[in-house]
Ligand binder design. Structure first.
Ligand code: NCD
Length: 334
């Protein structure tokens, strides 16, 4: 028999809506540390729930969730779809390639259309930074950012924090933890959301990229900036690798993938520079042999890449649940 999860807000957090007083999830930058911890605590129950043979709850029964993806996605789209379905919602996926976006419809008209269909939550992925907020301003239901341009990818940072917490034996406070994020930081919404989230949880974040792929002035966000990967790795507890986002590059940013791998690829030899049991992370999709070697990505005892994917579903279930509580008339949230 399926055990129904206890969804009552944990006693550690302010009661009801005060635990998470936002209608939308557009970025980690808008969240306080205790709000991040609240979402992580809520997600924990869905990790256990998803490990059961029968995994169907009816919390969101009767609600319509629209996943509007204007950019390609495998993990994020699938996990939002699975999350919505696991909670009993009617989930509809809109792919930009087959939508009227291709016919020249503006983003605002698309938003108004989705709103007229009375969606109860809209999940957006879009190539433009700020697109999620633009849509959020036009609709009446919660909007969740599934990645907007180079800006933010909040559920990715949350799932990364949850995976890290699990790998560290349940540690909630990351104070003293040094996390090295290496790759195409310039084009990475994952790097930005993770920088904000990891710092909020107490970690020190080192960003490493070739000069052309490092955003100017990122030090102002509290990161330690490196261009030498070996130096960035020294003693790091966690190494998070990023893909080269070719689709966002106009022109040549790196000499060649081979040269890039030579300077910034995570090899076993390089990983030895990090702390003895350093963990390896990657949001996917991976370009094996470019930013990460297969024997590192697949290291059973060190790589938590598949754990990240597992946590993705739990985090998205938590976010869909929390953000729709008001509409569902959950006590204290209406
Ligand atoms: C990332 C994204 O789309 O921002 N992937 C993901 O969501 N898992 C990173 C990437 O595409 O490289």
């Amino acid at each position: 028999m399926t055990t129904r999860p206890d969804t009552s807000p944990s006693a550690r957090f302010p009661a009801g809506r005060l635990a998470f007083p936002h209608r939308d999830l557009t970025g980690i930058g808008r969240l306080a540390r205790h709000e991040i911890l609240f979402l992580l605590a809520e997600a924990q129950q869905w990790v256990e729930f998803s490990r059961q043979a029968s995994k169907h709850a009816d919390l969101l029964a009767g609600l319509t969730v629209i996943n509007a993806f204007f950019e390609n996605s495998t993990r994020t789209l699938l996990s939002f779809e699975i999350a919505g379905k696991r909670l009993g919602a009617d989930v509809v996926n809109m792919h930009a390639a087959t939508s009227s976006v291709k016919k020249g419809e503006t983003l605002i008209d698309t938003a108004i259309t989705l709103n007229a269909m009375r969606a109860d939550a809209i999940v957006i992925r879009h190539a433009s930074s700020g697109a999620t907020q633009l849509i959020a301003d036009k609709v009446d239901c919660p909007v969740l950012n599934a990645g907007d341009g180079q800006h933010e990818h909040p559920t990715q940072a949350l799932l990364d924090a949850l995976a890290l917490r699990a790998a560290l034996g349940g540690v909630e406070d990351f104070t003293g933890l040094a996390v090295t994020i290496c790759g195409d930081v310039l084009h990475s919404r994952v790097a930005r959301s993770n920088l904000l989230c990891l710092q909020a949880l107490g970690a020190t974040v080192r960003l490493c990229a070739p000069p052309a792929l490092m955003p100017a002035g990122i030090e102002a966000m509290g990161a330690e900036v490196f261009h030498d990967f070996d130096a960035a790795l020294a003693g790091a507890d966690v190494v998070m690798m990023l893909r080269l986002q070719q689709e966002r590059m106009s022109g040549q940013f790196i000499p060649s993938p081979r040269e890039y791998h030579h300077l910034y690829g995570l090899t076993r030899k390089r990983l030895a520079l990090a702390a003895p049991q350093a963990l390896v992370m990657h949001p996917g999709p991976m370009n094996r042999g470019v930013e990460i070697d297969s024997d590192v990505a697949d290291m059973l005892e060190r790589s938590i890449i598949t754990r990240q994917v597992e946590m993705g579903v739990a985090i998205r279930m938590a976010c869909l649940d929390v953000l729709t509580r008001g509409r569902r008339g959950v006590e204290g949230w209406a």
